[in-house]
Write a protein that binds this ligand. Structure first.
Ligand SMILES: C[S@@+](CC[C@H](N)C(=O)[O-])C[C@H]1O[C@@H](n2cnc3c(N)ncnc32)[C@H](O)[C@@H]1O
Length: 277
């Protein structure tokens, strides 16, 4: 086997991995592909049991990977749904309860990076009643906004809000515009091209740097051996722990893993030794 083939451990087609059902029976309580003609926009419905709401997402596969829903996104949506139904059994509880409980509870403020279709951010807003900002590259913004608007009824019914904004990884000015006062940062399937590792890490330094209070919750499906280079680099600057592991889907050896990444506190001794160096 060539080196290139070894690297490409799994060639994932997000469409074949995604949905529990692909019928068009219109049942609002199923995950359903509503329209799927080749080259045309695809509408998919995702039922969120905890709030009895069907979210609808438009995908534009002909426009590239930013316009498709990826497998790790559905894992995060399921975790958010399950958390809302029973926080006592949820792997997200240490993060979401620590930041949202108490008598003076204010809505969680959440940022999503590389949102793609926006399903994760929209699901976070409806399940947590959170104030969410979904972000991506500028050319992805119109479809993101379309999907947020398409789910306005579910958002209003559940007290969540979603704002759409461009945020290019590695661009400090974009983080300055958005701010860094978020309780939680979410992302799914954002570690894939190695040239994007460094810009993504730079954005994480800007958002999490020096503090342990904001958690970056990242769902990841490992496809290539090279993915481990991202985690190696991340571990140098951040605390990285596994929150949850999905069982592999049929025909696959690896399932989606959800990580919690936080900034390492800057300790006085580190600053002193850095100054001496
Ligand atoms: C594999 S897709 C995952 C999309 C979505 N999170 C999901 O799980 O369905 C990766 C996403 O990262 C975004 N992305 C790639 N490079 C980026 C960059 N430099 N700055 C911001 N977003 C970027 C892409 O546009 C795309 O939406």
């Amino acid at each position: 086997m060539s080196e290139a083939h070894e690297e490409d451990e799994e060639d994932i087609n997000p469409f074949t991995m995604l949905l529990a059902g692909e019928d068009e029976d219109g049942d609002p309580k199923r995950n359903t592909r509503l329209h799927a003609s080749p080259g045309k926009p695809q509408l998919e419905q995702h039922y969120v049991r905890s709030v009895d709401a069907a979210l609808v997402i438009r995908q534009l596969p002909s426009q590239g990977l930013s316009f498709q829903l990826w497998p790790a996104a559905t894992t995060l949506v399921t975790l958010l749904d399950d958390h809302r139904r029973d926080p006592s059994k949820s792997p997200l509880s240490p993060i979401l309860s620590a930041t949202s409980d108490g008598p003076d509870r204010v809505p969680l403020s959440i940022l999503e990076l590389g949102s793609g279709t926006g399903l994760v951010g929209i699901a976070a807003a409806v399940t947590l009643g959170a104030i969410v900002t979904v972000t991506d590259l500028p050319h992805v913004i119109p479809n993101l906004q379309f999907n947020v608007d398409a789910n306005s009824a579910a958002l209003t019914a559940n007290g969540g809000t979603v704002t759409v904004a461009p945020l290019r990884w590695g661009e400090a000015v974009d983080v300055e515009l958005i701010g860094r006062e978020f309780d939680v940062i979410l992302a799914s399937d954002v570690v894939y091209h190695d040239h994007l590792y460094e810009p993504l890490l730079q954005t994480l330094y800007l958002l999490l740097g020096g503090r342990e209070t904001t958690s970056f919750v990242m769902a990841h499906l490992r496809r290539w051996k090279k993915d481990s280079a991202f985690f190696k680099k991340a571990k140098r600057a951040f605390n990285v722990e596994v929150l949850y592991e999905d069982s592999p889907s049929e025909g696959s050896r690896i399932g989606v893993v959800v990580y919690r990444i936080t900034g390492k506190k800057i300790r006085k001794s580190n600053v002193v030794s850095a100054n001496k160096a």
